[in-house]
Design a protein around this ligand. Structure first.
Ligand code: THU
Length: 138
């Protein structure tokens, strides 16, 4: 699984986006140490504030599968025709949700933010420095 394949998995997930209110389809793909991939997409609600982000759905899918760490990379795709096609970065809540899974396995995942014409690569620790997580409670 290379970066291009991970990005394609995120794009494929976005095709199942339920985003009738924003029209903003997001896909997320999580890569694990065992080379498996778990995806998610954003799911909105008629009660607008209840929208679930793609990254959060992906983490929920992974944890419901029993995963508790091993997160090495995350690709996030947004619509090419919004926001000037700029790469989108995970929202604040998703950074915290990703941190839970990452910190359980002691990894600092690469985050690939996919735009229409460029990939912005960063890390979770850069997006969420001094994170509060499970280690803080032990
Ligand atoms: N969204 C995500 O899925 N991930 C993010 O990191 C940012 C925002 C979704 C939520 C909502 O369904 C739509 O994008 C517009 O905010």
């Amino acid at each position: 699984m290379n970066d291009s394949e991970l990005i394609e998995a995120a794009r494929a997930a976005a095709r199942h986006s339920y985003s009738p209110y924003s029209g903003f389809a997001v896909g997320a793909a999580l890569l694990f140490e065992d080379r498996s991939v778990v995806t998610g997409t954003n799911i909105e609600n008629a009660s607008y504030g209840l929208a679930l982000c793609a990254e959060t759905v992906a983490v929920a899918n992974a944890m419901a599968d029993g995963r508790r760490g091993g997160l090495v990379a995350v690709a996030v795709t947004g619509p090419a025709d919004k926001g000037g096609g700029e790469p989108i970065t995970p929202c604040g809540r998703c950074r915290q949700v990703l941190n839970e899974l990452a910190q359980l396995g002691g990894t600092d995942p690469r985050i690939l933010c996919i735009g229409a014409n460029e990939v912005h690569e960063t890390t979770l620790s850069a997006l969420l420095p001094d994170a509060f997580g499970p280690a803080s409670l032990s």
